[in-house]
Design a protein around this ligand. Structure first.
Ligand SMILES: O=C1C[C@@H](O)[C@H](O)[C@@H](O)C1=O
Length: 296
């Protein structure tokens, strides 16, 4: 199996399954296939049909494979964990029923962290007991998905959550068993957080399970850091740009992945705000063409 390229519903602005601004899911599958991708992520569970045969038919119609799913939820919040766990189980079930391998865990955006996205030295830290609970909740979900559904579970750092900056990801890697928790590198979020995703990937290559491809506009990043802009405004300002137009070194990514013989999916994600003037289909086409020009 060579490197295969997929996309994800968030590139069409889909972040919450019940958001009335979401495009019809059939449209997303159709666009994704038309733009040249062979795989699609699940998106927030409940957006794509949870009925197995309905989803089967829809994927087959577009010649798409379901690749992975994210649990983008507040792992930092002990009071919300029952809901997080239920969402994770539904996601794991939907993935396993389609034979998708990857479950990706992401601590969602917190009001305590959004104001300091991109600025590790100013960001509020979890207390030591909060951190312990946070790690336990990640482990609990990972065990459920690995042992109950046979999935490969990885952590994904994300701007404005409590698993974002280099030291946090490093600490988690050290504290959680490699058999339980793998790594999903997101080239955009790690660049936004101020560290080099390719270096980190190289260091932890043995734990690399899956890759998300995003790019970051360096001028907008510099400006949001200087102006102390919060995460939401940074997204609205267009910090996540088309692949190849930002500072991520996709040539180095290609070199590393091919040298190491990476086999599996790599997913393009270009988060967009559906309230702005966006063109997900043309962005998806441009991103696929760019990756092809890099040898992917
Ligand atoms: O993996 C991801 C899931 C998305 O829904 C999220 O908004 C995005 O930033 C991301 O990296």
């Amino acid at each position: 199996m060579a490197i295969r390229i997929g996309n994800a519903p968030c590139s069409w602005g889909v972040e919450f399954a019940d958001d009335p601004r979401n495009p019809p899911w059939q449209q997303v599958l159709q666009d994704c296939a038309a733009a040249g991708y062979r795989g699609i992520e699940l998106g927030p569970v409940g957006y794509l049909p949870e009925d197995r045969s309905q989803l089967d038919d829809a994927l087959q119609k577009e010649d798409l494979t379901l690749t992975a799913g994210v649990v983008f939820q507040p792992f930092h919040d002990p009071d919300g964990f029952a809901d997080v766990f239920k969402t994770a189980e539904r996601t794991a079930n939907a993935l396993a029923s389609q034979g998708a391998q990857h479950l990706v865990l992401i601590d969602s955006i917190s009001a305590r962290r959004a104001p300091t996205a991109g600025r590790p030295s100013e960001a509020e830290q979890l207390s030591s007991s909060e951190w312990q609970g946070f790690v336990e909740r990640i482990k609990t979900v990972a065990k459920m998905a690995r042992d109950g559904y046979g999935l490969t579970v990885s952590i994904h750092s994300h701007a404005a959550g409590f698993m974002d900056f280099h030291d946090e990801l490093e600490r988690l890697m050290q504290e959680v068993d490699a058999d339980l928790l793998k790594l999903c590198i997101d080239t955009g979020h790690q660049t936004y957080a101020g560290f080099d995703p390719i270096n980190f990937m190289e260091r932890y290559y043995d734990r690399l399970a899956y890759v998300h491809c995003k790019d970051i506009d360096p001028k907008i990043k510099a400006d949001v850091i200087l102006q102390r802009t919060d995460f939401y405004k940074a997204c609205g300002d267009g910090i996540f740009c088309n692949l190849g137009q930002g500072e991520v070194k996709f040539d180095a990514l290609h070199k590393l992945l091919t040298q190491r013989g990476y086999q599996g999916w790599m997913t393009v994600e270009q988060d967009c705000d559906p309230l702005l003037e966006v063109s997900p289909l043309s962005d998806a086409i441009a991103n696929r063409e760019f990756l092809a020009s890099m040898g992917f």
